[in-house]
Design a protein. Structure first.
Length: 202
C-alpha cells in the first residue's frame, strides 16, 4: 500500500538565463597557454565552464576565449571549453571558445613569429530543443605579421536536429562529422567548418 501522506511535489528548477556577458579572465584557464618568448609568457588559455540545467537561455556573451600575448614574439592561448548539458537551449547571444590572437609583431631578423592559439571545445550535450539563434564559435585565433593562424577547435552537436544560422550570425564548427536533420543558412549568415575554417554563407 502506498502511503499518500509521504508524497511531495517537487517543482522543476527555474531556467538558467544569461543576459549579461560572462567572460573568463584567462588566469583561471585550463587550456594551454601560448608559447613563451624571450620577452615573456604567451597568452593565457581559456577557462572551462559546464552549465547543467534543463533550460538554458543565452542572450549575452559566454566566452572562454584564449588571451592574446602581452609580449613580443609570444603566442596566443588556446580556447577553453564550454559544456552545456540541457534539454532546451535558446537565445540570441554568443557562445565562444576561440583561440587568442597574436597581437604582437614577429621579428624578421631572427625569424621569430607570433602564432595564434587554437580554438577550444563547445559541447551542446543532450539537447532536444535547440532554437539558439546567436553565434557559436570555436575558431582559432588570427596570426599577425607572418605568424600562423590557430587551428579551429571542436563543436559537438546533438544528432538529428535542425540547425539554422541566422542572418548576421556565425557558427564555427571546426573539424568533425555532423548528422543534422536539416541545415539552413539565412542570407547574411555564415557557417565555417574544418580545421582551416572554410566558409559557407547564405
Amino acid at each position: 500500500m502506498i502511503n499518500e501522506s509521504s508524497w511531495a511535489w517537487v517543482p522543476p528548477p527555474p531556467p538558467m538565463v544569461i543576459t549579461s556577458d560572462f567572460i573568463n579572465s584567462g588566469y583561471l584557464g585550463l587550456a594551454a597557454a601560448g608559447p613563451k618568448s624571450i620577452a615573456g609568457p604567451g597568452g593565457a588559455g581559456g577557462a572551462s565552464l559546464k552549465i547543467d540545467s534543463p533550460t538554458v537561455v543565452i542572450n549575452g556573451t559566454l566566452s572562454m576565449n584564449g588571451e592574446a600575448p602581452k609580449f613580443n614574439f609570444a603566442g596566443g592561448g588556446a580556447g577553453g571549453s564550454v559544456i552545456i548539458a540541457a534539454t532546451s537551449l535558446t537565445g540570441s547571444g554568443t557562445i565562444s571558445a576561440k583561440g587568442g590572437d597574436s597581437d604582437y609583431a614577429g621579428d624578421a631578423t631572427t625569424n621569430l613569429k607570433s602564432p595564434a592559439g587554437a580554438g577550444g571545445l563547445i559541447h551542446l550535450q543532450d539537447i532536444t530543443t535547440l532554437d539558439f539563434q546567436g553565434t557559436v564559435s570555436a575558431a582559432g585565433g588570427t596570426g599577425t605579421n607572418g605568424g600562423s593562424d590557430g587551428s579551429a577547435g571542436v563543436v559537438i552537436l546533438p544528432n538529428n536536429f535542425n540547425l539554422t544560422v541566422k542572418s548576421g550570425k556565425t557558427w564555427v564548427l571546426g573539424e568533425g562529422a555532423y548528422s543534422l536533420a536539416s541545415l539552413t543558412i539565412e542570407n547574411g549568415g555564415t557557417l565555417k567548418t574544418g580545421i582551416d575554417q572554410s566558409s559557407s554563407t547564405g
